[in-house]
Design a protein around this ligand. Sequence first.
Ligand code: SAH
Length: 456
Amino acid sequence: MRNAWLTVADMARTYHIWTIGCQMNEADSRHLSSQLETLGYHNGTAAEEADLVVLNTCVVRQQAEDKAANQLHRLRQVKARRPDMTIALMGCMVGMREAPGLKKRFPFVDVFMPPSETGPLLDYLAERGAYDADRSFDTREKALRDALQDEEFTLPAGLRGQSVTANVPVVLGCSHACSFCVIPYRRGAERSKPPEAILEEVRRLAAQGVREVMLLGQIVDRYGTDLDNGIDLAGLLRRVAAVPELLRVRFLTSHPNWMSDRLIDTVADTPKICPHIEIPVQAGNDTVLERMRRGYTVDDYRRVVDNIRARLPDAAIHTDIIVGFCGETEAQFMDTYRLAEEMQWDKIHLAKYSVRPKTVAARSLADDVTPEEKERRRKLLDDRQTALLTAKNKRFQGQTVEVLVEQRYKGRWRGRTPESKLVFFDDDREWAGQLVPVTITQTAPYTLNGTIAAHP
Ligand code: SAH
């Protein structure tokens, strides 16, 4: 009951967080949830009934932005009936310096918060007496900060002992400025979090049942380049892997120019670090890559992948690809299409190019591939990927793989192999959070099915 005085005023207050977009947003929402619960807010109410509704938004593509706008439209009607409710808008739709015109467009929104920054909402609630109003503002402020420091990195109540995996941001922002990408404009310049804070967060998550963490950054391999203590991603991964309760560690996203031998060797010789590399190519043609300002050629990318496979023969390599970027010809797209066959990626995250405000591409290149053509290219590549993975996954038939079980899904247990292959199996016992050997009896392009091999 340490924080009882904080909660009295809020016994009945409820919150609802709607999250869309990347793993970074999921982590931001988790942080915010645990902070709100420290202040006495309770989760589990529909947006229509909650006292506080937070929309954590994404704008990486127009489609994501449209979804957030639809939610906002819905909330405007809810607020018309319940003017006492608080509506907060968070994430990339807001950006580091509130995107111009947002307040005018959405006057019913009470608070705007940049990505990863919960301060504006906490201050807003503090000003409205979300806790002990008798104290002076300074004391309240300090007490709030103290309480949050204790709880900030924990899971929200509903996930404690339930979440097997968690995302942990280690590099915030991005300074690369690929011509298509809005992230640097919305998440600000690249900055690494201090290793102590990351380890503290991981230890707390592990103490609450988390068994696998994914360290996040837009170019996660650049971790530490802006710190003056000599740490790099390889060093951080080793320290995180040493947390006793943790069974697995992953990291995402890598950039071809920053993937070091030291990092690959660290993955190879640290059993808890999964041999799973997310390394976006974006396009398989040098002219397109140059227009995207990615900073490498297709041959550079090939060399990086060859190096990973030489040192980590069983690694799963995932990639991101954008089709229909400005000026992409049929022949240039076909280069990307053929690269899929050559690379044998374990997963391709496919996107159709979508113009993003302020980016170099939006300012200087024409979005000249028609929507129909973008969809045709996406589908072609997607069908190719399905065929390639159907063939590639057959090698698992009859093999026994190690699965970290996450949760029940439609009555079956669901988990992942170290290479991040999704595995399902049936069993009546409780397996969440445990490593289980599963013999694969049936393979498909995006999932494997099996039975428990032995009882550990
Ligand atoms: N930092 C990562 C990307 C993060 S954004 C990197 O190294 O590239 C996740 C993915 O969204 C990108 O890899 C890209 O494939 C896609 N994406 C980003 N901007 C986009 C846009 N304007 N249109 C379509 N897809 C986009």
